[in-house]
Design a binder for this molecule. Structure first.
Ligand SMILES: [Cu+2]
Length: 336
């Protein structure tokens, strides 16, 4: 009886382990590296495919020969010792050349794609975006369009974008698996990353170079939209927000007289440069690098105690009252 119960328990553990294991196999997940949605990501997948198929062929040959040898030369009662070979020039040349050929088959497309994806875009009409990786959020500046945002990058589908990656503090790495390879963001050095998004949609990204306590909380969202929707987004980002009224007007007054102005920019109100630009904060779906939905409750909680919501966040609690934080949150979430 107890033995049966034991095996049932073991089976359950087995099932859970299987579910966890297979969970890693899903194909088209937000952080999937095998569901390419840009030319860059697809080039990488092409190399994956070549290497995978080359490996499959090699495995079939090696295991086939191994099986044949095991069967052909297995010990039989009364069988004589098989003929022994010491030194076989043809064989040795063959097993030197074969791996060299395999390496060539892998190396040529790999190097080609490395060169293609490392080149800064030459396309004159590529969209230019400056990306700054900060501990622990992303700043996106569109120099030609006079738009600045944080953690949510809008891109038009089908148009090449060239990202200029700048690191104001420590090393980070820009990584949006479905759109392209990782590229490091390094202080004192400018890196570039170009790709052409192929399909509209929302893509998730994540800092991929350990950069401190909230590295895992340094996420981003790339929103790829049709060109006319992109133009509308740009136009709304360039339009100054409406003058707030009621609780939001009170929030604006608190903002203007608090330390917020030293770090944050709200056009027409403040021009801090070391924190997310809040001019159109309310137009973003999430805040704190993708950690929280952009609601009055969550933003008020953030203003009261940022570090409680994001370990080591570089924004201090400023000792405001809950009522002040709420007024501020009402003002900020209204900045569409
Ligand atoms: Cu990081």
């Amino acid at each position: 009886m107890s033995a049966r119960a034991g095996s049932l328990w073991e089976r359950r553990v087995g099932h859970v382990a299987l579910v966890l294991l297979l969970g890693g196999c899903s194909w088209d997940t937000p952080m999937s590296t095998v569901a390419g949605r840009s030319d860059f990501a697809r080039s990488i997948l092409d190399v994956y495919a070549i290497i995978t198929w080359a490996t499959v062929v090699i495995a079939l040959v090696v295991f086939g020969v191994l099986a044949w040898v095991l069967l052909r030369f297995r010990d039989r009662p009364g069988a004589a010792m098989p003929r022994q070979t010491h030194g076989h020039t043809a064989l040795e040349i063959a097993w030197t050349i074969a791996p060299a050929l395999v390496l060539l088959v892998i190396a040529i497309p790999t190097v080609q794609i490395i060169f293609r994806t490392q080149a800064a875009s030459v396309s004159p009409d590529a969209l230019q975006v400056t990306v700054r990786g900060w501990q622990w959020w992303w700043e996106f500046r569109y120099p030609g369009l006079d738009v600045v945002t944080a953690n949510e990058l809008y891109l038009p589908v089908g148009r090449t974008v060239t990202l200029r990656l700048e690191g104001p503090d420590v090393i980070h790495s820009f990584w949006v698996p479905q759109l392209g390879g990782k590229r490091d963001v390094i202080p004192g050095r400018v890196n570039h990353l170009s790709f052409t998004p192929a399909t509209p949609g929302e893509y998730r990204g994540q800092c991929a170079e350990f950069c401190g306590a909230s590295h895992a909380n340094m996420r981003m969202k790339i929103v790829v939209v049709p060109p006319d929707a992109f133009d509308r987004w740009v136009a709304s980002q360039r339009t100054p927000g409406l003058e707030p009224s009621g609780a939001a007007a009170e929030g604006k007054a608190i903002y203007a007289r608090s330390a917020c102005v030293g770090c944050h920019t709200i056009r027409g109100v403040s021009s801090g440069t070391i924190a997310p630009d809040l001019t159109h904060f309310g137009s973003r779906a999430t805040f704190a690098a993708g950690l929280y939905p952009n609601t009055v409750d969550d933003v008020a909680a953030w203003i009261l105690d940022p570090v409680a919501m994001k370990p080591a966040a570089k924004m201090p609690a400023l000792g405001l009252t809950p009522a002040e934080a709420r007024a501020l949150a009402t003002y900020l979430t209204g900045l569409k």
